[in-house]
Design a protein around this ligand. Structure first.
Ligand code: ADP
Ligand code: ADP
Length: 222
């Protein structure tokens, strides 16, 4: 079944930049969709519109016949951590906001930090971490919320290749286990082929979807 669909979506910014033109995209529940394309083609804009962080100028976005789910996870391109809070508490915050008790939240936080390789950094503050590690905390925070829809904007771009490989596989495993719908922005052909069930290839000026490619079911290597 369709979880979200975009029909005739266009986005023109106040600056006059036409970021998107006539984007039609239908995302199925449980799908791992990659948005692949060069820098500036409008990939982030598509994610922001889907998340409701911005509105399309034309066209419409429909959610499986109803409203946008409240539990959408968003991993931004840059880490967005609270500098005054330890790693553990950064991951805990969205769970607290959902009303989850500390005891209920703990196993999720532990698992999420482990899946990004930061099990030894619970008590660290963001300023003590490298850029790549901060990004991994941001990813863990989204994973811990167990979102219905997970939107990821080039989440691994700043990471070294080995960490990236590990995270690719961990993300695939979680996606399979949890039944998440993932929309994953990347400019890496390799990553899109490795991870997704379908690739929407975008081109620029104006940003639009040029082609959609179905991929055989991806599977983690171990
Ligand atoms: P991508 O994620 O593929 O790199 P973006 O969605 O970030 O592309 O940007 C698409 C186009 O829209 C680019 O030309 C970018 O400069 C422009 N753009 C993005 N956000 C804004 C904004 N808030 N105001 C004006 N132009 C923007
Ligand atoms: P990246 O930005 O990809 O994490 P870095 O070169 O900054 O790359 O860090 C490489 C590795 O060094 C990290 O993945 C981590 O294992 C370790 N490291 C970096 N900063 C710290 C730190 N403050 N404390 C402990 N280990 C660290």
């Amino acid at each position: 079944s369709t979880i979200v669909s975009l029909s005739g979506v266009g986005k023109k910014f106040e600056s006059g930049t036409v970021a998107l033109s006539d984007v039609d995209l239908c995302v199925a529940r449980g799908e791992f969709l990659s948005l692949l394309g060069p820098s500036g083609c409008g990939k982030s804009t598509v994610l922001r519109l889907i998340a409701g962080l911005d509105r399309p100028t034309t066209g419409r976005i429909a959610w499986g016949g109803e409203r946008r789910p409240r539990d959408i996870g968003f991993v931004f391109q840059e880490p967005t951590l609270m500098p005054w809070a330890r790693v553990y508490d950064n991951v805990w915050l969205p769970l607290r906001l959902k009303g989850m008790s500390a005891r209920e939240a703990e196993p999720r936080i532990v698992e999420a930090l482990e899946s990004v390789g930061l099990q030894d950094f619970h008590r660290a503050y963001p300023r003590e971490l490298s850029g790549g590690m901060k990004m991994r905390v941001s990813i863990a925070r989204a994973l811990a919320t167990d979102p219905t829809v997970l939107l990821m904007d080039e989440p691994f771009a700043a990471l070294d290749e080995i960490t990236r490989f590990k995270l690719n596989d961990d993300l695939l495993r979680l996606w399979k286990e949890r039944g998440w719908t993932i929309i994953f922005v990347t400019h890496s052909v390799f990553e899109s082929v490795y991870l997704s069930t379908r690739i929407a290839v975008m081109t620029s000026r104006p940003g639009r979807i040029a082609e959609e490619i179905a991929i055989d079911e991806p599977s983690p290597r171990s």
